[in-house]
Design a binder for this molecule. Structure first.
Ligand code: MC0
Length: 142
């Protein structure tokens, strides 16, 4: 099952600008910054809280180009919430269980996510319009 809200992914045009906003408005602190070429993003994780099953973050996403998932999203909808990432203990097992319920998997097998996590996306059209990500946190976070 789902263990926590791992992160809320927010699409933006200017990552540094939005980091500064979240720092000054909410007092959040950047836990990691990464360029993920395969996902077409430059991203930052800002730590929100720690819970019994792990930490939660705001993830700010700037596209590496217009023809990327976040680039297309920004062109169509503008800045805002792009996806919700839920924690799971075992992302491969979760994919198998959820796939059996006829929810389309955008990733048949886990991919590399922020801070060493294993991640997989579910199609927004099968989740009530919400792009949904499953996140198995690294046991040895970078
Ligand atoms: C697109 N749609 C969305 C959406 N993106 N709906 C809700 N939330 C989103 N984020 C809708 C569009 O409005 C459209 O609906 C339909 O889905 C098809 O969209 P499209 O613009 O034609 O784009 P596609 O089909 O080429 O791609 C959409 C899809 C794609 C969700 C399949 O973006 C994808 O595979 N995303 C997963 C990977 C990803 O997002 N990576 C970036 C974050 P209408 O009704 O207009 O037809 S990487 C990340 O976050 C990592 C680093 C991490 O967490 O660690």
């Amino acid at each position: 099952g789902l263990t926590r809200i791992d992160h809320v992914g927010i699409a933006c045009h200017d990552l540094e600008d939005k980091i500064a906003f979240y720092e000054s408005t909410f007092g959040l602190v950047v836990a990691s910054r990464e360029v993920n070429e395969a996902q077409g993003v430059k991203e930052a994780m800002l730590h929100v809280a720690d819970g019994p099953s792990g930490s939660s973050y705001v993830q700010l996403l700037e596209p590496l180009g217009p023809d990327t998932p976040v680039g297309k999203f920004l062109a169509k909808r503008g800045e805002g919430v792009h996806h919700v990432g839920y924690g799971v203990d075992d992302v491969a097992a979760a994919l198998e269980a959820i796939g059996a319920k006829h929810v389309r998997l955008l990733d048949e097998r886990p991919r590399h996510g922020s801070m060493g996590a294993s991640i997989a996306f579910l199609h927004p059209k099968d989740v009530g319009g919400v792009l949904t990500e499953l996140v198995q946190a690294s046991e040895d976070p970078l």
